[in-house]
Design a binder for this molecule. Structure first.
Ligand code: X8Z
Ligand code: ZN
Length: 622
């Protein structure tokens, strides 16, 4: 009788009844420890492969990184599946959260090994295609995105801008087929994990439901859209005054090639075109940071000086040495801001292992990124630094990632991440908001500090980057969410891309685009599959963080004039937030930092309030 019962149980469940006892807290602890240890090893190996693939693009480095990523993904999927055995167990908060984060961080990748391998290969190829992208301005002169971006920033010839814009955007077209398949494969994975599609998985990582998350982004946009609308109207009028017909479209949109940036995502580079004309304001020209940096770097560092001399051949050994010295000098500005707040200096290996400039002999992914290869202190940046305004800000942005990474390295691996990904993107930017006239003066980068009346020109310069970016970021991930959900079909990828860019940013391409084009592919985060809502969040959080640190430093006065450089209380506040990593819901971390537990555009709106009032007046003038 007993035997019979046992054997029938075997038939039904295939598991002996005595091993089916509910898992315990101790089991969960052992599981989480195992997951942390295994994932640390796998992700470190994958990071090394990825680093080599992005700093040395070849078919072999691509397949090598694909293989390593395949290993991490396969094992993460197994661990995620296993973790569900603890779903009904009452666990201490920290174990429950680590398991939750493991589940939410699962890759959108199919379990089927063949499909998984196909997906990781496509991912590596698409990243490589972006990094190799070039446009030949002359038969023997093929340029990558960095020099092309410089032309977009500086040229004021609409014909040249159109040509460069089209040339770069055409690099997207060959990605189209691969990208379509890449989306299909990710969606198979997301469905296997129980999500409707990969977009839903992406939106699930914010300690709220995916639907709540989408609603939060819209809510913040309604807070800031009035400011964008005024800025847009003002900029459009000034562009028409400058370029005439080339800037004027009957539908009221701005031609995207005229805004100083390849993707029209940040418009600060056209400040000269839109600067106030009222002589009272026009006398306050923002510091020419590029010139000031070059002057100062050359004076302090003789090795770097040759990088700025027109007689230097930058591809020569001496030229490369000079460029590297100049690039490092740029990074030192950023590092010294963080050390002034009380953070320890970057490790020696950072300076030895980072890629600071474009190597002369090979293709690399130039798009700036910050790395922590061993999840402890093998910190690096990968950039192609030029000495100019944009890179000055980007250096601070990237170091924000590196200081965050190091600050949370005492947490268990599953907690080593930003409170959410928007926090990670916001740290360096919040610090960079402290690059005020008084800070530049203190550094010797400008001679005088302009008076309070100069705030409008200054705010306008900042808003061109900060406010103009919001609808771009929103449109980008709305497009991707639509692509993932199937609402946007492959046959309409490009049409939908321009509809969304038109709807949110009110920009249009310089020439008609077709479905043989794939303009989204010309933006790094699409082929490299980096979610973009994080940058939208960051644009708003950074003003919340900045205000909190200004308050901590004891600053009183208009927010946009605050610099918390050198403030230890501001640094302590920041360090506390960074050290927590993702060990608790971000709402809690935000509350400790700012007193508020939600994304709040008010700090940003307050910062730009004087500009908003001024723009409204300008836009009602005939
Ligand atoms: O990609 C970046 C950083 C690296 S995380 C340089 N950013 C976005 C972009 O360039 O599109 C920073 C601002 C937005
Ligand atoms: Zn970043």
């Amino acid at each position: 009788m007993r035997k019979l019962l046992l054997s029938s149980l075997f038939v039904v469940t295939c598991v002996p009844v005595w091993s089916q006892k509910a898992p315990t807290v101790a089991d969960a602890k052992a599981f989480v420890d195992k997951a942390n240890a295994e994932l640390l090893k796998l992700s470190t190996d994958a990071s090394h492969a990825e680093w080599i693939a992005e700093t040395y693009i070849t078919d072999d480095t691509e397949s090598n990184t694909a293989l390593q990523n395949e290993r991490v993904a396969a094992r993460t999927l197994e661990l995620t599946a296993e973790s569900h055995k603890f779903d009904k167990v009452k666990l201490p908060d920290d174990l429950r959260r680590q398991i939750l984060l493991l589940q939410l961080g699962a890759p959108a990748a199919p379990k089927d090994p063949k499909l998984l391998a196909e997906e990781t290969q496509l991912a590596a190829q698409l990243t490589g295609m972006y990094g190799k992208g070039k446009f030949c301005v002359e038969p023997q002169k093929c340029l990558g995105i960095d020099p092309l971006s410089q032309i977009m920033a500086k040229s004021r010839d609409p014909e040249e801008l159109r040509k460069i814009w089209v040339g770069w955007h055409d690099t997207g077209a060959p990605m189209r087929q691969k990208y379509t398949r890449f989306i299909e494969l990710q969606n198979i994975g997301a469905k296997e994990l129980g999500y409707k599609d990969t977009g839903e998985l992406w939106r699930a990582g914010y300690d709220m439901t995916p639907a709540e998350f989408s609603a939060e982004l819209e809510r913040a946009w309604t807070q800031l859209q009035p400011l964008y609308d005024e800025l847009f109207t003002y900029v459009r009028a000034r562009l028409i005054a400058k370029y005439g017909k080339a800037a004027e479209r009957a539908d009221g949109k701005i031609p995207a090639q005229l805004l100083g940036n390849m993707w029209a995502q940040e418009w600060g580079n056209i400040y000269d075109i839109v600067a106030p004309t009222d002589p009272k304001l026009a006398q306050y020209k923002p510091v020419n940071l590029e010139e000031a940096l070059k002057r100062q770097i050359a004076a302090k560092d003789p090795a770097a000086a040759a990088a700025f001399a027109s007689s230097t051949d930058l591809t020569s050994d001496a030229g490369q040495t000079a460029k590297l010295a100049a690039g490092k000098a740029m990074v030192h500005y950023g590092e010294s801001f963080f050390t002034s707040l009380g953070f320890p200096a970057l490790p020696a290996t950072f300076w030895e292992r980072s890629q600071f400039i474009h190597p002369r002999d090979r293709d690399v992914v130039c798009h700036a990124s910050a790395w922590d290869l061993d999840s402890v202190d093998d910190l690096r940046v990968k950039m192609c630094i030029e000495v100019n305004d944009d890179y000055f800000t980007t250096v601070h942005h990237e170091l924000g990632h590196n200081f965050y990474q190091r600050a949370y390295n005492k947490q268990p691996l599953l907690f080593r991440g930003g409170a959410n990904d928007g926090f990670h993107e916001a740290i360096g930017d919040a610090v960079a908001l402290s690059i005020t006239p008084s800070y530049l003066k203190a550094l010797g980068l400008s001679e005088s500090e302009p008076p309070a009346e100069a705030d409008i020109p200054l705010q306008l310069r900042t808003a061109l980057d900060k406010i103009a970016f919001l609808p771009f970021a929103l449109a980008l991930d709305k497009w991707r969410w639509g692509v993932f959900s199937g609402e946007i079909k492959p046959a309409d990828y490009n049409k939908a891309w321009w509809e969304l860019r038109g709807k949110y940013q009110k920009v249009a391409p310089p020439v008609d685009r077709a479905e043989t084009d794939f303009d989204a592919g010309a933006k790094m985060h699409v082929p490299a599959n980096v979610p973009y809502a994080r940058y939208y969040l960051a644009r708003i959080y950074q003003f919340q963080f900045y205000k909190a640190m200004c308050d901590a430093s004891g600053y009183k006065g208009p927010l946009n004039r605050c610099s918390f450089f050198g403030s230890k209380p501001a640094g302590e506040k920041l360090a506390k937030m960074l050290e927590a990593g993702q060990s608790q819901p971000w709402q809690q971390t935000l509350k400790e930092m700012t007193g508020s537990d939600h994304l709040d555009a008010q700090a940003m709106a307050d910062y730009f309030a004087p500009l908003y009032a001024w723009l409204k007046v300008q836009n009602t003038k005939k």
